[in-house]
Design a protein around this ligand. Structure first.
Ligand SMILES: Nc1ncnc2c1ncn2[C@@H]1O[C@H](COP(=O)(O)OP(=O)(O)OP(=O)(O)O)[C@@H](O)[C@H]1O
Ligand SMILES: [Mg+2]
Length: 136
């Protein structure tokens, strides 16, 4: 089963909608609450990174009997140093983003903790691609 969502950069009021929708869809399948929780956390953090740091993006969901794979592709500033971005506490969030309650630098480490596979790549000045896989 495939689904695709558009994510608008800077729109904190709609931010989280796509991941919330996927959560309610996967709840209808025979997936353990623990897995659903892990998927929901990873997708929410990834979606909010597009909202907080990029101009716009899309989220492609591929739901299979034994796993879920989700790819986020955005147009934005990209990430200069991926290793640094993965560190707990590292954030380049603007004051505006911090006022919305984001910018602790915990999103990417949290995604890593909650999925089975994570692939992060970026072209600075162009955008970022994040692929997340969770096995059921
Ligand atoms: N999609 C993205 N586009 C551009 N930069 C990104 C993107 N995702 C992450 N980053 C960069 O990686 C840093 C770390 O991301 P991470 O999600 O861990 O923390 P944060 O978003 O700053 O804060 P938090 O997630 O705790 O609210 C960000 O501050 C930003 O510099
Ligand atoms: Mg984040």
């Amino acid at each position: 089963m495939k689904m695709q969502y558009f994510i608008q950069g800077g729109d904190f009021s709609a931010g989280g909608r796509a991941s919330t929708e996927v959560k309610s869809i996967i709840k209808q399948f025979n997936i353990s609450p623990e897995k659903i929780r892990r998927i929901a956390i990873a997708l929410y953090e990834a979606e909010m990174n597009v909202v907080a740091h990029a101009f716009k993006g899309k989220m492609d969901v591929d739901l299979r009997p034994d796993h879920i794979r989700v790819v986020f592709i955005d147009e934005g500033p990209g990430i200069e140093d991926i290793d640094k971005a993965m560190e707990e506490g590292f954030s380049t969030a603007s004051d505006e983003v911090r006022q919305m309650g984001f910018g602790a630098g915990m999103g990417l480490p949290n995604i890593k903790r909650n999925c089975d596979e994570m692939l992060l790549s970026s072209v600075p000045g162009k955008g970022t691609r994040l692929e997340i896989k969770v096995l059921f």
